[in-house]
Design a protein around this ligand. Structure first.
Ligand code: NI
Length: 258
């Protein structure tokens, strides 16, 4: 089912190998399917480079560059300079995705924290916003973010409490929501959506992961994003088109896209 609403998918990994067989076919079809804008965040140096090269090819696609907490140990001397160099490309609009992941702990926690801090400092120095991944690391994540006052950021696929969400809103931060909002066990995130300020919300697929119901378990792409808008609209008692339009405006402002 396609939707006529225009959406901004603020977090979709089109550089992921799951798109190797048909990446160009999918990307070239998105604008006709209501996907006005999309942003591909990098996960390490290689994937950041790929995200930037895709963004150069597709006018509606933007990129962020960064090292994901799961790959924090891969960060080598000089990588911060490589990331800084990539931000010279006009399609790069943020540092991400960066953060902490204590669920998988692909890298030791102290390494994750050091790599996270180094990239927050880079974003601050460059005047760029950040895209943060926080999985089961809510306390440490907020503590580190608080030590960078003035930095603008979004917590992607937000999974924290409603109380923390309101703290982030007061700090001027944003939250973005994925297909997880359509899952049966999504009670906690639904409580967040009920009260979080609409003008600080963005929507995303996190493609190829987290396909919304009824596509759960399949490879996800941005054409499923309207299902996230529909669920948020249902929770807030608004039209899906309004959620799509408002999150599109918020995303454009956040990533400085005119
Ligand atoms: Ni992601």
């Amino acid at each position: 089912m396609l939707s006529a609403m225009d959406v901004f998918d603020t977090h979709a990994h089109y550089d992921d190998e799951q798109f190797d067989p048909d990446r160009d076919e999918i990307l070239s079809g998105l604008p006709q399917k209501g996907v006005k804008l999309a942003l591909d965040p990098g996960g390490d140096i290689g994937s950041s480079k790929l995200a930037v090269s895709l963004a150069e090819r597709y006018p509606f696609l933007y990129a962020a560059v960064g090292i994901h907490p799961g790959r924090a140990e891969s960060m080598a001397d000089g990588d911060i300079d490589l990331l800084a160099g990539m931000t010279g490309n006009p399609k790069v609009r943020a540092i991400g995705e960066i953060g902490l992941d204590y669920h998988y702990e692909g890298s030791p926690r102290d390494v994750q924290k050091r790599v996270f801090r180094a990239q927050l400092a880079l974003a601050r120095d460059l005047g760029l916003p950040v895209i943060v991944h926080d999985r089961e690391a809510h306390g440490d994540c907020m503590e580190i973010i608080r030590s960078f006052p003035g930095l603008r950021g979004v917590l992607h696929c937000y999974s924290g409490s409603a109380e923390d969400a309101m703290t982030y809103a007061r700090m001027g931060w944003y939250l973005s929501f994925t297909g997880v909002v359509t899952y049966k066990n999504a009670r906690k995130v639904i409580e967040v959506i009920k009260q979080f300020p609409l003008d600080r919300m963005m929507i995303e697929t996190d493609a190829p992961y987290l396909a919304p119901v009824p596509h759960r378990g399949r490879r996800c792409d941005s054409t499923y994003l309207h299902l996230v808008a529909e669920k948020i609209a249902e929770v807030r008692g608004l039209d899906p088109e309004e959620i799509a339009a408002r999150t599109l405006v918020t995303g454009k402002e956040f990533f400085s896209i005119s």
